[in-house]
Design a protein around this ligand. Sequence first.
Ligand SMILES: C[S@@+](CC[C@H](N)C(=O)[O-])C[C@H]1O[C@@H](n2cnc3c(N)ncnc32)[C@H](O)[C@@H]1O
Length: 232
Amino acid sequence: MNTLTEQTALEEAAQKRIKESHSLNGDADRLAKYYRGWADSYELDVEREQYCGPVIVAELTGALQAAYVDGPRAATTILDAGCGTGLVGMELERLGFRSIDGFDLSEAMVEKAVETGSYRHVQGDVDLNSSLTCYPDASYDMTVCCGVFTLGHVRPDGLRELARVTRPKGFVIVSTRKSYAEATSFEDEVLSLQQAGVFVPVQCLNDGRYLEEEDAHYWALRVAEKPKERRL
Ligand SMILES: C[S@@+](CC[C@H](N)C(=O)[O-])C[C@H]1O[C@@H](n2cnc3c(N)ncnc32)[C@H](O)[C@@H]1O
């Protein structure tokens, strides 16, 4: 194979793996198995597809922290939900964050995240489609979630748990691929949490760069000072 053909074949294989991951219907066993097989080549695949979600989520987190969060950046506590191999954590560390925890459904992906050295603590086998019982209410200043509100992965109501574990006046920063936003009730979920007094009126970067094949929306959701009801 010549280099160009080889490169095209690798890109096609990466696109196929990304697409396949969207067909797992949110089934925890299938997702964990799929990512076990993908963990070793995940970063190369998404790099080939110009995945910039982690950079944008981290930069947005940095801007929100600088604008609204008291205290030194290094002490701002962050939970990276669905941290995968740790791409978001590495970007956050580059920006000066030092108190980052993470979790993921996949133990294999979490092992890679641990190797980055960017996290204080990372936990595997945690399912965002269920209650995050290992995290008390209001335990983080900011919660980030990149590439997880994606078809076949996590339902929109996972957002409630992210709001619950984030402290009053803290932020939940989330990416949603456009195809996910269009196919699910994610926006309705945001509005209902806003109407319920959990989030204050929200901000969103619409149609931002994400992957070569598709853009995403980037949501900056602020937890209310006195969230009315944390478990809806
Ligand atoms: C596309 S990767 C994104 C990983 C990382 N955030 C990034 O931006 O590179 C999706 C991640 O979500 C995790 N995941 C899928 N379903 C999940 C669930 N129900 N609960 C927690 N993590 C989940 C997968 O194991 C995988 O690591």
